[in-house]
Design a protein around this ligand. Structure first.
Ligand code: G3H
Length: 539
């Protein structure tokens, strides 16, 4: 008899470390330095985890809380608060010395750490992330903030000197851009939101953050830490329907930077809504269709291990996930057999269960959409080669689909879920061709051992993607590496240091280097008459 697809728990039989504390996150938003409880319409946030009612019955999606469905006017109130805090660039935050902004950020981290457990539990319930991965997401975000603080200090130290060039004396610093609209995704709601929010703030910008449909509630416990750390209006957080809330914000023309992690379709809508596109800087992380390539001389143990983890960590819901495996015809059968067995050995469970690797999916109707993609590939000649493809409510058992051919949707579309298409290739030129034809250009993973063949592939692909992973899966980290993509995969570059540049612009104070001007500059600096023109050195 087939193993059950997954076992959902009874509502009254949850382990103590999976239970949510009393709801203090529903219907909250943050505007102008205060948490507000929205008394307008709201929407239930349904967990991917289904629970059976106490005493028995059909499992149904648990309710994690309620999201405020803010009106356009409420969203505009948040924008107005951010604009006031920016104050045409003369607000307390944008003009604060860098050391002051670092102090505020350090205060925020202290408050943030205190909320770790509640955030982790909300991540488990809201998006089905395993406890281990939810803890990693939280800790990695805290580390990102610490690294960002160090990077800002270094940047400021470098800018604290004067330069003499062609008879000019100048000081070059980075200054903030204005009001930033930050929108993070559901799969890394904390980490990916904060990898734009934190650099935006520390460089002196003010922010409106629009939370994602799932994973938004997990950020509410951090509101108080924000209020305690930052001046009123510097960070404002809204929730609700994107078109209703973000539409008017973009149409106002008052957003200077759009930091958006999501789909290229939505990114294009948002950018078009801005009446002065030339004034808008966009930093985006969008879809990807990262392939893995298994060459005939690859170490198949390594390739199988990395492709399983690369394709199915967090159920394949990562922009960096391996979304198509190309395997050379000479090793196709042996790779596929081992890969299918390794996928079938993955353990399904609830996010809090020790050792759970596969969990239910948060997006509405996701299992049905994955089924459609599998059926389409099958109609194009592929078959499901493992014990996958079955679903129960929000859970979809990973399907390995082989051989997938160019006519199938799975060959080009991002599935963002637990389906792994495997295609066969004969000539390396087919890989180069796939990447050139693709709408995306984030990363690729290549498994092989021949330096000449790898070198040739690297040269063919380096101008098609932004990271080539040798004998290892695609990934974002370490966070000091540049994270970006070509075509519909990204705009701008994020990393600890690149993000500081993305959210700032260089501004120069310059003068002809006459004795009189040198003295004048010296008087400004020594007399501490300017916060911008300064030689302060942050230790
Ligand atoms: O969804 C995209 C994430 O940035 C991926 O990050 O490679 O560390 O999982 P990761």
């Amino acid at each position: 008899m087939d193993a059950p697809v997954i076992a959902f728990p009874a509502a009254d039989a949850l382990p103590a470390d999976a239970r949510l504390p009393e709801d203090s996150w529903s219907m909250r938003w943050l505007v102008d330095g205060a948490v507000r409880v929205w008394d307008g319409p709201g929407a239930d946030v349904l967990s991917p985890v289904c629970t059976a009612p106490a005493g028995g019955g059909e499992p149904a999606r648990a309710v994690v809380g309620r999201m405020p469905m803010l009106s356009g006017d409420a969203a505009m109130e948040a924008l107005a608060a951010a604009k006031r805090a920016w104050g045409e660039g003369r607000g307390a935050w944008p003009t604060m010395r860098v050391a002051g902004r670092i102090n505020a950020m350090e205060r925020f981290v202290v408050g943030m750490r205190a909320q770790r457990e509640v955030v982790v539990r909300l991540l488990m319930w809201e998006i089905g992330k395993t406890r281990k991965d939810a803890e990693t997401e939280f800790d990695r975000t805290v580390q990102y903030i610490a690294d960002t603080i160090e990077a800002v200090k270094e940047l400021d130290r470098q800018s604290s000197r004067f330069v003499m060039e062609e008879g000019f004396l100048g000081q070059i610093r980075r200054s903030p851009l204005g009001v930033v609209l930050c929108m993070g995704p559901f799969n890394y709601p904390l980490n990916e939101t904060y990898t734009t929010l934190i650099p935006a703030l520390i460089m002196g910008n003010t922010v409106v953050s629009k939370l994602p449909r799932y994973g938004g509630l997990a950020q509410v416990p951090l509101f108080q830490a924000m209020i305690d750390a930052f001046p009123a209006g510097v960070v404002n957080v809204i929730q609700g329907d994107g078109a209703t809330t973000v539409g008017p914000i973009m149409e106002s023309g008052d957003v200077d930077v759009l930091a958006f992690i999501g789909t290229s379709r939505v990114a294009n809508i948002l950018k078009r809504q801005h009446p002065h596109p030339n004034r808008l800087r966009s930093i985006t992380g969008l879809e990807a269709k990262n392939p893995a390539v298994v060459l005939p001389d690859a170490d198949l143990d390594v390739a199988v291990r990395e492709c399983v983890s690369g394709a199915l960590s967090f159920n394949g819901q990562r922009c960096t996930a391996i979304k198509l495996v190309f395997v050379h015809e000479d090793v196709a059968e042996s790779f596929v057999a081992r890969f299918a067995a390794a996928v079938d050995a993955l353990r399904a469970g609830m996010p809090w269960e020790q050792g759970a690797q596969l969990t239910p999916l948060p997006e509405d109707g996701k299992a049905a959409r994955l089924r459609e993609l599998v059926d389409d590939a099958v109609a194009h000649g592929a078959r499901v080669v493992n014990a996958g493809g079955a679903s129960l409510a929000t859970f979809f058992r990973p399907a390995v689909v082989y051989p997938v051919t160019p006519g199938a949707r799975l060959y080009t579309e991002e599935q963002f879920g637990p389906v792994v298409p495997v295609a066969v290739f004969r000539d390396d030129a087919e890989i180069d061709h796939f990447m050139r034809e693709s709408e995306y250009g984030q990363q690729i993973a290549i498994f092989g051992r021949d330096p000449a063949r790898l070198g040739a592939l690297i040269d063919a692909l380096a101008n098609q993607v932004c990271r080539i992973n040798l004998n290892s899966q695609c990934r974002r980290g370490p966070d000091t590496f540049p994270f970006t993509g070509r075509k519909d995969s990204a705009e701008g570059t994020l990393s600890v240091t690149d993000a500081l540049r993305s959210f700032s612009i260089r501004a120069v104070v310059a003068t002809t280097a006459t004795d009189e001007h040198k003295q004048l500059v010296s008087d400004v600096v020594v007399g501490r008459r300017s916060r911008f023109l300064s030689t302060d050195f942050i230790f």
